[in-house]
Design a protein around this ligand. Structure first.
Ligand code: R5P
Length: 263
């Protein structure tokens, strides 16, 4: 691995503990104005001090995020489908490597779809992204997208994560599931978990803690942070789990204290 690749990876994953809190804010690329991200910068600004990196699309990056901001960007470079269209899980490449470099991306994020009709298309497009990343020393995060019909179990997520790593991902984002240690064990590159749909804060913190215990190096979390009743308190609590080895209960107490909700 060359110096540039290592340097960018060390911006995404904190070298002090090998963990990361990635803040996913790319949902609009297929969901439109997602609740909490209608005005992206209004939501993101107070969260930035507690995130290790941001994961936006180039549109939100260019139009909503000040270029002076000192935070690494993992740029969403796949898309082309929508929640209302017929082929949600048939994403292609949406950003050229030239533009990713112009935007000073520290990493590229691409969704693959294993086990569905367009598996081959997404995996081959992903391999192109890996080649581009290698050429310029930019790490690639594989997002293991899950179709509506698919079961989010260790067998399936382990398969998708391993395939992503075999093709060339430097990091994999997947979903937490029972037996998650099997997913991590079978994946030779660092694994982070997505949060998924909004769930109660205590449950989201328990999930993050369980994922870390099973070997994940952090989270790439969106809705469970920015749709929380108190997003700043929630990202601080997630951060405590990821970087301070807090238990889920300790983190939830922190959430309550930070949000001033002594219940
Ligand atoms: C989905 O692929 C989007 O890229 C999101 O970034 C991802 O699902 C993580 O966000 P959330 O924690 O809201 O699921």
């Amino acid at each position: 691995m060359d110096w540039g690749m290592k340097n960018r990876l060390s911006r995404i994953i904190r070298p002090q503990d090998g963990h990361t809190v990635m803040l996913a804010i790319d949902h609009g690329y297929f969901l439109g104005p997602t609740t909490g991200l209608e005005n992206p910068w209004k939501t993101i600004e107070p969260l930035v001090p507690y995130a290790d990196c941001l994961m936006p699309t180039r549109g939100v990056l260019r139009s909503c995020i000040p270029p002076e901001l000192d935070i690494p960007i993992v740029l969403r470079v796949s898309g082309g489908t929508s929640i209302v269209g017929p082929e949600l899980l048939h994403e292609g490449i949406t950003v050229s490597i030239d533009d990713a470099i112009r935007l000073n991306a520290s990493g590229l994020a691409f969704s693959i779809l294993v086990g569905a009709e367009y598996e081959r298309d997404t995996l081959l497009a992903f391999s192109e992204i890996c080649d581009m990343g290698e050429e310029y020393g930019i790490p690639v995060l594989a997002v293991t997208a899950v179709g509506r019909e698919m079961v989010r179990d260790a067998k399936y997520l382990g398969l998708a994560s391993r395939i992503a790593a075999e093709i060339g991902a430097h990091m994999v984002k997947t979903y937490y599931c029972e037996g998650f240690e099997k997913v991590v064990e079978g994946c030779p590159v660092p694994v982070v978990i997505a949060g998924g749909k909004k769930i109660p804060e205590r449950d989201a913190l328990q999930m993050a803690h369980a994922a870390l215990q099973a070997g994940a190096i952090g989270v790439d979390m969106g809705r469970n942070i920015f749709q929380s009743e108190n997003p700043v308190a929630m990202i601080k609590a997630v951060r405590a789990v990821v970087h301070e080895n807090a238990t889920a209960e300790e983190a939830y107490e922190l959430f309550k204290t930070e949000s001033g909700q002594q219940r």
